[in-house]
Design a binder for this molecule. Structure first.
Ligand code: ATP
Length: 452
């Protein structure tokens, strides 16, 4: 669906990424600053800023592999681009290794090839040259700083329309004077809003581990973020947990967080490459073993009989159910593919486990004595079995079906081990699958951006 353009107003799509480093800064905070300036200029925002989480298995990401896209309608695109070039340079953590990229696309609809590029960046590794080639083909202006790797995420965020399932996050930012100091949040308030807003917010509070999930721990400017199903719920919930600390402001992003978007493609054998994400429908072929550290390892085969080693890491909390799997069980596993370095083979790291069919477990046990109803004792190898009460004999074991201690269903990591993209269990069935046509169906929430 095209974004409407009016008279001399142009629609421009601004994507940027890789502006931060482990030591500081934050791409969403830069988006907050950009929006703040654009608001002063009186541009029209035709969608909420998008916070697009890309392939979480990319090793050179800083944290959550998030890129930002801002879509506006304006009559002063040249001045805006000039301003963007300056702010990306001044507000990125270039000295600590950020490699920012900025992409600007002018046009009312997003070309299919850009949408495809974005789809691949969600679950595969894309090369910088591909991004540069596509930008030339589509006349996307790109600007690189440092090594400029950020143009991959910048382009991918523009190509991501989040037309189907999506969620929202209201992110609150700290004032400079508080950066690095502990974030003071009232745990009881957070756990209360978590209960009261269920199922319309997610990952606010982990009751099992009694942990707040809305605030990061590093020196970055994010104070906290409330994730949920619509702008109204994330804004009102944010107001309920507001701290005493004076904040810079907040902004609502539309996002693919909590949608499981990276795991939607089924991976065939030739797609199982290091760093890929997707799911594999398979059968357990080698019984799980629990190794040091509580990790669980087993083997599966897909329907073309390709065998893969699988790892369920302890922090996911999925080890308990995974260790009960047996040969013959049919499962779907959402996975990130990584290289098992010593063996130079790929290994599937489980992000979710869905048990589709439970195999029968047949075990051979000593026979029962027909008269005494007691289990007979073995007389030694190939010597049969004897009842110790009446002396009756039998010569073979009997086969019985064991009751398996495992249930069909979807199993997800515990919330503290969720990735940004992990779809919480309660969101299954809550997916938004209507086309999202910003500003045409519904204007943005009046309080989506606030500077205090
Ligand atoms: P934060 O979450 O704190 O904003 P981050 O985890 O998003 O940080 P970045 O610093 O943005 O990490 O680094 C991610 C880098 O990986 C960017 O340069 C981005 O362009 C690049 N990238 C993202 N997705 C892919 C992909 N699928 N293939 C190759 N490179 C990618």
């Amino acid at each position: 669906m095209p974004y409407e353009s009016k008279d001399d107003l142009k629609v421009i799509h601004i994507g940027f990424d890789d502006t931060d480093s482990i030591s500081g800064k934050c791409t969403t905070n830069l988006a907050f600053k950009v929006v703040s300036k654009l608001t002063e200029r009186g541009v029209t925002f035709i969608d909420y800023p998008l916070l697009v989480r890309l392939n979480p298995n990319i090793p050179w990401k800083t944290r959550g592999n998030g890129a930002v896209c801002i879509r506006i309608r304006t009559d002063s695109s040249e001045q805006i681009i000039e301003f963007l070039l300056k702010i990306i340079k001044s507000e990125s953590d270039l000295v600590n290794g950020a490699n920012p990229g900025l992409a600007i696309f002018e046009g009312e609809s997003i070309p299919f090839s850009l949408r495809q590029f974005s789809g691949r960046a969600m679950n595969d590794v894309v090369k910088m040259e591909e991004a540069e080639k596509l930008a030339v083909q589509l006349s996307v202006q790109i600007f690189k700083y440092g090594q400029g790797l950020g143009i991959i995420g910048a382009l991918a965020s523009i190509g991501s329309l989040l037309e189907g399932d999506h969620t929202y996050e209201a992110i609150a930012y700290r004032k400079n004077e508080y950066l690095g100091s502990p974030r003071m949040l009232d745990k009881s308030k957070v756990s209360k809003v978590d209960i009261n807003t269920y199922p319309f917010t997610f990952n606010c509070y982990d009751k099992i581990h009694d942990r707040i999930l809305i605030a990061p721990h590093g020196p970055d400017p994010v104070f906290c973020g409330i994730r949920g199903e619509d702008p109204q719920i994330v804004i009102s919930t944010l107001h309920e947990v507001m701290p005493v600390e004076k904040l810079e402001g907040y902004m609502v992003f539309r996002t693919n967080q909590g949608t499981g978007m990276h795991l939607q493609n089924e991976l065939s054998q030739n797609e199982i490459r290091t760093h890929r994400a997707g799911y594999v429908r398979c059968t357990v072929t080698k019984k799980p073993v629990i190794i040091r550290g509580g990790h669980v390892m087993f083997e599966v085969s897909d329907f073309s009989n390709n065998q893969y080693p699988v790892a369920v890491y302890e922090p996911t909390g999925l080890g308990d159910v995974a260790s009960k799997l047996l040969e013959g069980d049919s499962i779907d596993i959402g996975v990130g593919v990584s290289m098992n370095t010593p063996h130079r083979t790929n290994i599937l790291n489980v992000e979710y486990l869905s048990i589709l069919k439970i195999a029968k477990e047949i075990v051979n046990i000593n026979p029962l004595c027909n008269k005494c109803k007691k289990r007979m004792k073995s007389e030694g190898k190939n010597k049969g079995f004897q009842c110790k009460i009446c002396g009756d004999k039998k010569y073979s074991k009997i086969s019985v079906t064991n009751i398996r201690d495992i249930q069909l269903g979807m199993y997800l990591p515990c919330s503290k081990a969720h990735r940004h993209l992990t779809k919480p269990l309660h969101r299954f069935g809550m997916e938004k699958n209507y086309p999202h046509v910003p500003n045409i169906i519904k204007p943005l929430h009046s309080d989506w951006f606030k500077r205090f």
